[in-house]
Design a protein around this ligand. Structure first.
Ligand code: AMP
Length: 525
């Protein structure tokens, strides 16, 4: 086990990754850095624009260690904001405009951002912000700001970004990640996958997920081109294919569910430029792996594993190197260690399932403003005094060759189409409602089903309440009101005995008009 964790590698002195970008900009100012729609910025143009914005932010009081919110759609301004915030010495907090107002507000309040950056596309959709200073980047004139980088000393242990994930007690929690951890993760990725100047990386992951962090920063550290997909296009396989073909994208990320949707297209000839497909976020099924390797043979396929709490990814696997029955999550990346432990923190022998713990250079500072939760999940490392281990809640086991197999979750956190959901967070919203004495949410056949105890509960009203508090993907497809929850012999909730929702069939009415008859016939077919 010690050998498998001997991952020490010297990636150089940790530094904020935007410094690497600045050196690229100085060395190759004319090269194309950022493409969005018909806009294209060279390395020099992008660097100078980010510098100007950084100086403007500093002028507004943003300082080392500030937190700055960003509420934006994918755009040039969004990427500029992320770089400028770091250049100003601060850390960014994505406030996803796709999320309901109540959740945006919750995140803003919890993070206590000093200022919120936004732009025309979302400024009218923002929640009530009280006296929080807001800067609309489309209206901000930075032309009189300095074009050179602000002279800010950043410590590697300072925060680079704070990303909120679903929290089991009903409130999203902010994970504060450091520059040192991000540096290590991106240096590993570069050493492993060798992005070159001729490469083109597609940015399509919503910026409230940490996968987006490598998409934003890795390409510009090494002189490659960053192509930002238009808002919404990440969900549309045909549009993605067209963009890949047009921009000759070489490198992109898919959560496995989206890779599967992508591969339903008959014609992938437009994807000839693809060289690297990086999967992560949920288990990569073997059949999907095989199909991807078969249909896109010119591209390498990678399976990465990791939580937001450990700077994006902590293990890696290159698919198709050898015949296996499942796709493993592979081995720890540089300077990270994986421990698979029993409930007393003893290492499990090879082949025996246990909880996966993460140690080393990737660990987050912890949860923003939550020392209690941080202490619970980031525990003292029993094998390396003075260091910490992050307790992932994932079940895994070592294989005999030192690779790791992912086996599932130990708690009620789930992944639905790659999105991380604490079922407890949905339950907390349901429990708030009138007439509801208890609530439980389960995932069955890729759908969320919410059960409330209290037969008087108004399930339609519950759905409305859920939509006000939670992003769409967390709102259960069905809500079922029960008199009482089924219990097992020892008095615990018997999840398996929860009834399937009755799919209310509306009273039958025969089709009336020609159009209705044609439609009905089509559906019957
Ligand atoms: P997130 O913080 O959104 O990245 O979610 C982290 C969780 O996603 C992990 O704790 C795992 O449960 C799951 N996960 C991430 N990557 C993988 C993978 N390659 N295979 C299986 N599960 C994964």
């Amino acid at each position: 086990l010690a050998d498998w964790n001997a991952t020490e590698v010297d990636y150089g002195q940790p530094e904020p990754v935007h410094r690497r970008f600045e050196r690229q900009a100085a060395a190759h100012p004319e090269r194309e850095a950022l493409v969005f729609g018909d806009r294209c910025l060279s390395y020099a143009e992008f660097d100078q624009a980010a510098n100007r914005l950084a100086h403007a932010l500093i002028g507004q009081g943003v300082a080392r260690n500030s937190l700055v919110g960003v509420a934006a759609e994918r755009s040039v301004e969004m990427v500029l904001a992320l770089y400028a915030i770091q250049k100003a010495g601060a850390a960014y907090v994505p406030i996803d405009p796709e999320h309901p107002e109540a959740r945006q507000q919750q995140v803003l309040m919890d993070a206590g951002v000093d200022v919120l950056l936004t732009h025309d596309a979302v400024v009218n959709r923002l929640p009530a912000l009280g006296d929080l200073p807001v800067i609309n980047l489309d209206q901000l004139d930075v032309s009189d700001q300095l074009a050179s980088a602000p002279d800010i000393e950043l410590h590697p242990e300072q925060r680079a970004y704070v990303i909120y994930t679903s929290g089991s007690t009903g409130k999203p929690k902010g994970v504060a990640n450091t520059h040192a951890a991000l540096f290590n993760r991106l240096q590993w990725m570069q050493a492993a996958y060798e992005l070159g100047e001729g490469d083109v990386v597609l940015q399509k992951t919503p910026y409230s997920f940490d996968v987006s962090v490598w998409e934003f920063f890795w390409p510009l550290m090494v002189g490659a081109r960053l192509v930002v997909a238009p808002p919404g296009d990440h969900k549309d396989p045909a549009k993605l294919t067209a963009l890949i073909e047009q921009e000759r994208v070489t490198t992109l990320h898919f959560v496995p569910s989206m890779l599967s949707a992508f591969l339903t297209q008959d014609d992938l000839t437009g994807c000839a430029s693809l060289r690297r497909i990086v999967c992560s976020g949920e288990a990569l099924p073997k059949d999907l792996q095989d199909e991807a390797l078969r249909r896109l043979p010119q591209a390498k396929l990678y399976n990465l594993y990791g939580p937001t709490e450990a700077a994006i990814d902590v293990t890696h696997w290159t698919c198709g190197q050898e015949e296996r029955t499942t796709v493993p999550i592979g081995r720890p990346i540089g300077n990270l260690q994986i421990q698979i432990l029993d409930s007393r923190l003893n290492p499990q022998p090879v082949g025996v399932p246990g909880e996966l713990y993460i140690g080393g250079a990737g660990l987050a500072q912890g949860y923003h403003g939550r020392p209690d939760l941080t202490a619970e999940r980031f525990i003292p490392n029993p094998f390396k005094p003075g260091e910490r281990l992050y307790r992932s809640g994932d079940l895994a086991r070592w294989c005999a060759d030192g690779t790791i197999e992912y086996l599932g979750r130990l708690d009620h956190q789930i992944k639905l189409r790659g999105l991380r959901i604490e079922l407890g967070e949905i339950e907390a919203v349901l429990r708030e409602a009138a007439q509801v004495t208890d609530a439980v949410v389960i995932a069955r056949n890729e759908q969320l089903i919410g059960y409330v105890q209290g037969s008087q509960a108004d399930t339609e009203a519950l759905k409305v309440a859920l939509k006000q508090h939670l992003p769409d993907y967390m709102v259960p497809t069905h809500i079922v009101a029960l008199d009482a929850f089924p219990l097992s012999a020892n008095g615990k909730l018997d999840r398996k005995a929860l009834p399937d929702p009755e799919l209310g069939t509306a009273d039958y009415e025969a089709p009336q008009t020609d159009t209705e008859r044609t439609l009905a016939a089509l559906w019957q077919e």
